[in-house]
Design a protein around this ligand. Structure first.
Ligand SMILES: Cc1cc2nc3c(=O)[nH]c(=O)nc-3n(C[C@H](O)[C@H](O)[C@H](O)COP(=O)(O)O)c2cc1C
Length: 185
C-alpha cells in the first residue's frame, strides 16, 4: 500500500513540513509506504482553461499543459490513499496546491465514479501558522476537493500555532489508522 502526502508550502522547515513528516511516520508505522510530494518543487503551472473552458480534461481526462503535473497526476492515480497538508493562505489552499488540484479535479471529477482517486481515503490538514483565521474555509475548500475527486474523507485536521504542540501526534495517529484501514480491505 502506498499513501501520498502532498505538502504545499515552499518551506521545508516549517509547520507544513512538521505535519507532513508526522503523517509519513504514521503511515510507515502501519506498514504502508509513504511518499511526500512537495508541490512547490514540481513545476506545475495553472490550468489554462483552454477550449472555451473545458479542454482535454473533460473528455479525455488528461491535461494538455505539458509540465510537472503529468507525473503527479499519474502518481496520484496509482496511490492507495492521500494526506493533503496545506498551509492556510488567505483562508484557502496555497498557490501550489491550487495549481495542482484544480487540474487534477478537472481530469478526475469528469470521470465521476470512475475517478482514479475514487473511493480512496484522504486526510486533509489545514496548517494555519498565522492568526489561525481562515482555517475553516481552508478545510471547507479541501472538503469540496475531496468530494469532487470522489475520495473518501478519513479525517480533517486543523493545526495552529496554539495547537502545534499536540496536533502533529494526532496527524500521525490519523495517518496510521488510515494506512491500517487500507490493509484491512
Ligand atoms: C500569503 C500568505 C497568506 C497567509 N494567510 C493566512 C491565513 O489566512 N491564516 C493564518 O492563520 N495564517 C496565514 N498565513 C500563515 C501561514 O498559514 C503560515 O505561514 C503557514 O502555516 C506556515 O507554514 P510553513 O511553516 O510550512 O510555511 C499566511 C501566510 C502566507 C504566506
Amino acid at each position: 500500500m502506498n499513501v501520498l502526502v502532498f505538502a504545499s508550502s515552499p518551506n521545508k522547515d516549517g509547520l507544513t513540513e512538521e505535519c507532513a513528516q508526522a503523517a509519513a511516520e504514521g503511515i510507515r508505522s502501519a506498514g504502508a509506504s509513504a511518499e511526500i510530494v512537495y508541490l512547490n518543487d514540481e513545476d506545475i503551472g495553472s490550468c489554462q482553461a483552454c477550449g472555451r473552458g473545458w479542454g482535454t480534461c473533460r473528455d479525455e481526462h488528461y491535461c494538455q499543459v505539458d509540465d510537472g503535473f503529468q507525473a503527479v497526476h499519474e502518481k496520484a492515480g496509482q496511490a492507495d490513499g492521500y494526506v493533503v497538508v496545506n498551509p492556510v493562505y488567505f483562508g484557502q489552499l496555497s498557490e501550489s496546491a491550487k495549481a495542482c488540484f484544480d487540474r487534477l479535479r478537472r481530469c478526475e471529477a469528469t470521470r465521476g465514479d470512475e475517478s482514479a482517486l475514487g473511493g480512496k481515503p484522504a486526510i486533509g490538514v489545514a496548517a494555519a501558522g498565522g492568526s489561525g483565521g481562515g482555517i475553516v474555509s481552508c478545510l471547507d475548500e479541501m472538503s469540496r476537493l475531496f468530494a469532487h475527486l470522489r475520495c473518501s474523507v478519513f479525517d480533517m485536521i486543523t493545526v495552529t500555532q496554539k495547537t502545534r504542540a499536540y496536533k502533529p501526534a494526532a496527524i500521525r495517529e490519523a495517518a496510521a489508522a488510515m494506512a491500517a484501514s487500507l490493509s484491512e480491505e
